[in-house]
Write a protein that binds this ligand. Structure first.
Ligand code: DGY
Length: 323
């Protein structure tokens, strides 16, 4: 009798999805749900045919060389900058991601972060909790207007488009975007969004939302020079990946009120956060939770599982990132 393929689940996921996987595979899960070091991950991957990763486990040439039996890495995330796709392809290892199922949820969060940042929700809650609220004041936590303002989107993939629609149709915003390539006119009309150059985007946006994928070319797309082009009243929202923004330069600009505020869900070197960001009041900080609702996390885990089941069952993966 053929034994089942062996898979590793790198972090805790829904027991429901674990049970589904157990019907197909010999499953090893991460019992304490701890973040393994690269060496620990290599140790755990010995003898495994597949792995379900969460976006925090780096799959690179060194790991692949040490795990020659590995056939598939299924990321439970739409972003897959934790994969060295070229090394995976060279090693004959399939990579998959989890697109689509998180688009609307992530766009909701991007908008929530935009609203919280523009309307100074975290800052004012801290003030209230600290017992500092003594009376009504004309300019108490006066923020930045959202409705009718100009929403800039950098990276107009699925999530960017979903944010554009929220801004245009929900808040009457004037939506501009910049992307590697301009959308088809029909899609632009659907999103009520206008393509502009990157410089115009930076100079014109009242709220700039970053939703581009993190590639080596995207490193520090927003640094001191780009922030200097933004309006002093502008806000910057990053729900894409840490590393796209130069966090040190951003902290400096926020402290100097070069822009009004920022909302950050992702950080360079997370879970570490640049200490200077923790010192400035005009930034809303959240721990990489843009896709974190129970139904969406379940759908992401299910899609990763579907990819493992298909590929290790001899079928084409559902959402491949290398062919
Ligand atoms: C994604 O899907 O890329 C998210 O950042 C993971 O939570």
């Amino acid at each position: 009798m053929n034994s089942k393929p062996r898979i590793l689940i790198a972090r805790a996921i829904s027991p429901e999805v674990v049970s589904t996987l157990q019907q197909h595979f010999d499953v090893t899960a991460n019992p304490e749900d701890v973040a393994w070091s690269p060496d620990e991950l290599i140790d755990r991957l010995q003898g495994m045919d597949g792995v379900l990763t969460t976006g925090s486990q780096r799959i690179d040439a060194a790991l692949l060389a040490a795990c020659p039996q590995l056939k598939i890495c299924a990321n439970m995330a739409v972003g897959y900058n934790n994969f060295d796709v070229a090394a995976m392809t060279a090693a004959g290892v399939q990579g998959t991601n989890a697109p689509d199922v998180l688009t609307e949820t992530t766009a909701d969060f991007g908008f929530a972060l935009l609203m919280a940042t523009a309307r100074r929700i975290s800052e004012s809650e801290h003030y209230l909790r600290a017992g500092l609220w003594k009376d009504w004041r004309y300019d108490l936590f006066a923020g930045t207007e959202v409705h009718g303002s100009t929403l800039g989107i950098l990276g107009m993939g699925r999530i960017g488009q979903a944010i554009a629609k929220r801004g245009a149709f929900g808040f009457g915003m004037n939506v501009i975007y910049h992307n590697r390539s301009q959308l088809q006119p029909a899609l632009e009309a659907e999103c009520k969004a206008r393509y502009v150059g990157k410089e115009e985007l930076l100079q014109t946006a009242d709220h700039l939302v970053l939703v581009l994928p993190y590639t080596p070319e995207a490193h520090h797309t927003i640094g001191a020079a780009e922030i200097a082009l933004m309006k002093p009243t502008a806000t910057l929202i990053n729900i894409a990946r840490g590393g796209i923004v130069d966090d040190a330069a951003l902290a400096k600009a926020l402290a100097a009120r070069q822009i009004a505020a920022a909302g950050l869900d992702v950080f360079e070197g997370e879970p570490a956060v640049h200490p200077d960001l923790l010192e400035v009041p005009n930034v809303v900080l959240t721990p990489h939770i843009a896709s974190a609702t129970a139904p969406t996390r379940l759908a992401m885990a299910q899609l990763a599982a579907d990819n493992l089941i298909a590929y290790l069952g001899g079928k084409a993966p559902v959402t491949p990132v290398n062919q």
